[in-house]
Design a protein around this ligand. Structure first.
Ligand SMILES: Nc1ncnc2c1ncn2[C@@H]1O[C@H](COP(=O)(O)OP(=O)(O)O)[C@@H](O)[C@H]1O
Ligand SMILES: [Mg+2]
Length: 240
């Protein structure tokens, strides 16, 4: 079932068209990668899909929500209900401990303390960070901080997870841990994931990969499960 549908989506910053007619479909339960050079519109595309910003022109649907028709406050409601975000920088609040950081989106929704604690501990459990629930972010490694950020993103049980270069600041080993968590959330909870990455090695975790260039999706590939074909795809993507 098609979950995200972009038809001729444009986004302008002033006169500058950052997105120039995006056409993209992503199925429910898919783990979809977006790759492309710096400045090609990856972050802009995620911000439209996530309802952080309004569509300039075109048609954009996520689940039952026709985002191009929604007002600012309706987009806020969509985002709070439906979407979790993960960024390259973790944006944890330093003076709060881990569990308080994870609870934050629930406070915004008016969930009571006991229920908050329970849900936050479950989310921390899902990323293997329950035992560090009472530490401060500064007492964690980069990879652990990103795991906490993932817990914060999933604590509201979103249907869609948007990740903008989530492993950009992490070493290879930690990247593998984060990718394993993404794969599990996708597979076990059925969360649709759209991940922007510069790291072509990561596309092996995904079902499909789209290339974006100058604000246009130039091509979408199925990611082959066979390693040899995957290597060929990576070579093809690198050579463009
Ligand atoms: N808030 C903004 N105001 C003006 N221009 C912007 C803004 N955000 C992004 N841009 C421009 O839009 C283009 C796409 O940006 P972005 O989506 O951040 O690209 P990417 O994430 O692929 O690096 C770039 O040329 C960038 O300079
Ligand atoms: Mg970006």
């Amino acid at each position: 079932m098609v979950f995200i549908e972009c038809k001729d989506v444009w986004k302008y910053y002033g006169d500058y068209p950052a997105l120039r007619g995006i056409n993209l479909t992503i199925n429910e339960g898919e783990f979809h990668c977006v790759i492309g050079p710096s400045g090609s519109g990856k972050t802009t595309l995620l911000s439209l899909i996530g309802g952080l910003d309004r569509v300039g022109k075109g048609y954009l649907r996520v689940g039952p929500y026709e985002l191009h028709k929604l007002s600012g406050s309706e987009l806020d409601e969509y985002r709070n209900k439906y979407v979790g975000f993960i960024f390259q920088l973790f944006y944890l609040i330093p003076r709060m401990n881990v569990i308080e950081n994870v609870e934050l989106p629930l406070i915004a929704r008016g969930v009571g303390l006991r229920e908050r604690r329970k849900l936050a501990l479950e989310a921390l459990e899902a990323v293997g960070m329950r035992d560090k629930a009472y530490r401060k972010p500064s007492q964690l490694s980069g990879g652990e901080q990103q795991r906490v950020a993932i817990a914060r993103a999933i604590v509201t049980q979103p249907r869609l997870l948007l990740a903008d270069e989530p492993t950009g600041n992490l070493d290879n080993k930690t990247t593998a841990v984060i990718m394993e968590i993404f794969r599990r959330l996708n597979k076990e909870l059925g969360i649709t994931i759209v991940m922007v990455t510069h790291n072509l090695e990561l596309i092996g975790n995904c079902h499909k990969v789209s290339r974006i260039s100058d604000g246009v999706i130039t091509r979408t590939y199925e990611v082959p499960q066979v390693h040899e074909n995957l290597s060929n795809l990576i070579r093809e993507l690198t050579s463009i």
